[in-house]
Design a protein around this ligand. Structure first.
Ligand code: ADP
Ligand code: VHF
Length: 368
């Protein structure tokens, strides 16, 4: 889908663009991005902005020697978030809105739907959503961790047509161009596989978090949802001019021609498994929309603690991940059933209570 057909886009801006000197925000490189956003809106294209920069904006408030602890980084984010928002807001003649998210908000289906509703309501009223991870409260368990992946999750939640990831490099090269003089830019990628991931290294900018690995991860999430994804150089204004002309200024990851259904994409790429059920190695019943085939007789082990409605991982005893699914049973009840001597009790109970895995809420995982 080229620019002229876009109805809604998500654009992600990294710390290096909004805090190029690593200490406080600067609009130096944001003006061309703001202009691009205004041009898109003028053409009826709805825009959602995912912006990093809160930690970098707040870092100058804390002594350098304290910079790397998690509590300090959370405090920096709390202090810098307002500056980051103000830096963007003064560039626009329309309203902006702050949305701070964590993995917790996105992996919980009810909260995820609420996030979608807020994005759509803001867009309906011409307000620019500016989304960042809520670094002030995240823990390792609760965070997305990088705004590249966050931008892909947001693009899926917003049903965007395109995701534009602004980087400090022209796009994905066949190897890290900052380490290899003979690296070559790859303009078009139709399939993201292990070879593509092998090209990407981690972050190299002083303030960046994700590097190219998280950008390829984000592109994979987004393209599987039917979202065209671009990695472009956000430091050069011509990148945006080209996009507005329907050209590809960097690396274009083509959207999957047969995208995943929304709730299965969410189950696969956004929800996190709260526990696991281990099935026999020879488990052959196909896990699909008719998921009643998984019974307690198939279970070898129940791992972790989960409640009714939580996402669980279905894993074969040999370690193969088969599917992620919404569980109708708590781990406590599943353990009780599977430990019953009387197998009739287990089957009678499931006959009355229903399938272990909710019908249609089974996301099959690709075999490695
Ligand atoms: N194969 C690759 N192609 C392009 N850049 C790569 C590649 N592998 C690693 N990189 C590095 O990733 C960096 C971009 O990611 P990052 O440092 O997080 O900055 P930002 O998020 O601002 O784009 C590039 O500057 C480059 O040094
Ligand atoms: N949420 C963090 C940004 C994390 C992040 O992914 O940063 P970057 O790699 O610069 O896009 C912040 O606002 O500083």
């Amino acid at each position: 889908m080229n620019k002229l057909e876009w109805k809604r886009i998500v654009i992600k801006v990294g710390s290096a663009l909004i805090a190029p000197h690593g200490k406080g925000c600067s609009s130096q490189y944001l003006i061309s991005i703001a202009q691009f956003i205004m041009s898109c809106r003028a053409q009826g294209i709805e825009v959602v902005l995912v912006s990093s920069g809160s930690v970098a904006a707040g870092s100058h408030l804390f002594p350098d020697e304290l910079q790397q602890t998690i509590p300090i980084k959370k405090a920096m984010a709390a202090a810098g978030q307002a500056e980051m928002m103000a830096t963007w807001d003064k560039l626009f003649d329309f309203s902006t809105a702050q949305m701070l998210l964590t993995r917790c908000d996105l992996r919980d289906r009810e909260r995820y739907v609420s996030v979608r509703e807020t994005i759509f309501t803001l867009l309906e009223h011409d307000v620019l959503p500016i989304i960042n991870e809520n670094d002030t409260i995240v823990t390792d368990k609760l965070k997305v961790g990088d705004n590249d992946n966050l931008s892909a999750i947001v693009a899926a939640a917003a049903d965007a047509d395109a995701l534009i990831i602004c980087s400090d490099i022209n796009g994905l090269y066949n190897k890290n161009p900052n380490k290899h003089d003979d690296a070559v830019l790859i303009p078009n990628i139709s399939e993201i596989n292990a070879d593509i991931f092998a090209m990407a290294d981690g972050a190299t900018s002083a303030v960046g978090t994700g590097g190219m690995i998280t950008k390829v991860e984000a592109a994979q999430k987004a393209t599987l949802h039917g979202i065209d994804t671009y990695i472009i150089n956000g430091f050069t204004g011509s990148s945006f001019t080209k996009l507005l002309n329907g050209e590809n200024p960097g690396t274009h990851f083509s959207s999957d021609p047969s995208p995943m259904k929304e709730h299965l994409h969410w189950m696969t790429h956004t929800s996190t498994a709260q526990g696991e059920v281990i099935v026999e190695d020879d488990f052959t019943a196909k896990l699909d929309a008719h998921s009643e085939q998984l019974t307690s007789d198939d279970l070898v082990e129940v791992k972790g603690e989960f409640a009714v409605g939580d996402t669980i991982l279905v894993r074969r005893n040999d370690g193969t991940k088969l599917a992620k699914a919404k569980s109708n049973y708590s781990s406590c009840l599943l353990n009780f059933i599977t430990n019953q001597e009387d197998k009739n009790f287990a089957s009678d109970f499931q006959e009355q209570t229903g399938p272990i895995i909710s019908d249609k809420n089974v996301a099959l995982l690709e075999a490695p």
